[in-house]
Design a protein around this ligand. Sequence first.
Ligand code: SF4
Length: 172
Amino acid sequence: MSRPSTDFGQAGTDNGEVVVTRLDAAINWVRANSVWPMPMGLACCAIELMGSGGSRFDISRFGMEVMRFSPRQADCMIVAGTVTYKMAGIVRRLYDQMSEPKWVVAMGACASSGGLFRTYSTLQGVDRILPVDVYIAGCPPKPEALLDGMLLLQEKIRKEPSAKMLFRGRGD
Ligand code: SF4
């Protein structure tokens, strides 16, 4: 059973025309509900990632349907598939081109740990080159698993000290 949110409250008037909240809660509410993913489809898991955008699963329920193929317009890289050493540098460069704040989801066994490919050509987990926020198990994970992982990411975003990070480096 979900607990009622304590982030927002009414104040000031009898009919609730004034809403009070914490700056963190307001920023995180906006960020968590408008994640723009960058699909980093590298192998078979990418097909399931594409499926999550279809009407059967409907990722737009969570405000995440705006898949961007430019790193400058995205804030969440979903790494879906086997990361080879040949691609690793390119994945890292695209991540570096995304602006802050940004998050990373490792979708499937290959992206999380190299999966069944314990070979000289395969990176044993994308967390060797990127800070991963959420790992999703499966080979491949179904679209439901991706949505579950994205809900976990939303929970993580809601707990971030966003206001502090916003003013960091401005003499605070
Ligand atoms: S985890 Fe399985 S389905 Fe996903 S990329 Fe690796 S081999 Fe393919």
